[in-house]
Design a protein around this ligand. Structure first.
Ligand code: ATP
Length: 347
């Protein structure tokens, strides 16, 4: 994978009257990257995507594609393609016609159109449906047609706005892997907007977390999951336990019943963040933090114990293998251990 930025977003902002939808965002997206824009509803991700596509004009900043400022270009002149959430397929046309249409508009010759459409149908597993109309297809198949129609034009960058939003959970999980495969095969840079953090973790090479129009963190899924930049990101990506306490002049983090030596901690109020899979659990008395099980949630592969402790306001979530957890019952007392190396401290 080349690491040169194909797309450079330079201090881009968008205001709608008094509302700042996007607040001076700078971001480089690399060639052939699967990049996710992630954030809660209203954080500005769709507005940013629409500015890339040319459907909104930035209030400030520049957007460079391959080093050239594309801000003055209308959507159809940009080598980017936006796949809409609603799919927007032509209902009276077959799948093949839906794909050919955009290429006919470009006045490509017939043989070339046929070749490119066949290739794209094969890549998206739609060859056998090529003569069907959209109404004769399932939700997942329609979604693939919308994707194929965007891919057949061979944009340098494909923008996808919640592309899997309309699918049920099972199909969405299948399509996440298929999208990734198709992106890889097509060798096209994908920028996807999603509010689903699991989806971003599964699909993206890198992701950007947005909140209130601002960029909070950019990184590979592992980086963002393991080293979240702040408390908001920590809470938004995956499940995180927070324990409020303070760091003393000796550098120890202290909360009720808990003392941990944290690297680089300064004295003062602090919040310890620890993932459910990074808390050890043992019989009462053998680890430092005493707790009582308030709830047990079964997830198939594992169970999550919700443990009340004096250290944290809300019960701590602790992930244990389903097979080994059979012995635990609601109301049991146990003890928890936290490895400081696997925690983050927010001060
Ligand atoms: P969602 O996940 O709900 O689609 P989003 O992160 O994509 O949210 P945007 O649609 O980009 O968020 O909206 C960002 C902010 O800008 C919101 O507060 C929204 O209400 C506002 N906004 C978006 N478009 C307009 C508009 N045309 N006029 C006024 N305000 C707008």
């Amino acid at each position: 994978m080349s690491s040169s930025p194909i797309l450079r977003i330079e201090s881009v902002a968008k205001t709608f009257g008094p509302i700042t939808a996007v607040d001076s965002i700078s971001l480089d997206i690399r060639e052939n990257e699967f990049f996710a824009l992630l954030g809660p509803s209203g954080c500005g991700k769709t507005t940013l995507l629409r500015m890339l596509a040319g459907f909104e004009t930035p209030s400030a900043g520049r957007i460079l594609l391959d080093g050239k400022d594309i801000s003055p270009l209308p959507p159809e002149k940009r080598p980017l393609n936006l796949m809409f959430q609603s799919y927007a397929l032509f209902p009276h046309m077959t799948v093949r016609q839906n794909l050919s249409y955009g290429l006919e508009m470009e006045r490509l010759d017939k043989a070339e159109i046929r070749r490119r459409v066949d290739e794209t149908l094969a890549m998206t597993d739609l060859t056998q449906f090529s003569e069907r109309k959209p109404e004769q297809l399932s939700g997942g198949q329609k979604q693939r047609v919308a994707l194929a129609r965007a891919l057949v034009k061979r944009p340098k960058v494909l923008l996808l706005d919640e592309p899997l939003g309309a699918l049920d959970k099972k199909l969405r999980e299948k399509m996440q892997l298929e999208l990734k495969r198709m992106q890889h095969e097509a060798g096209i840079t994908f920028i996807i907007v999603t509010h689903d953090q699991e989806e971003a973790l599964v699909m993206a090479d890198r992701m950007a977390i947005l909140r209130d129009g601002r960029l909070l963190q950019v990184g590979a899924p592992e980086e963002v999951y393991e080293r979240p930049a702040d408390r908001f990101v920590a809470n938004f990506i995956g499940v995180m336990n927070f324990i409020d306490g303070k760091v003393g002049t000796d550098g120890l983090f202290e909360a009720d019943g808990l003392r941990l030596a944290m690297a680089d901690a300064g004295p003062g109020a602090a919040t310890l963040a620890v993932r459910p899979e990074n808390i050890a659990v043992a019989a009462s008395g053998s680890l430092p933090v005493a707790g009582v099980i308030a709830e047990i949630a079964y997830h198939g592969l594992d169970r999550v114990l919700h443990v009340k402790t004096a250290a944290a306001e809300t019960p701590l979530q602790v992930r244990v293998p389903a097979s080994g957890a059979g012995a635990w019952r609601i109301g049991d007392t146990l003890s928890l251990g936290i490895d400081p190396v696997k925690c983050r401290l927010f001060q």
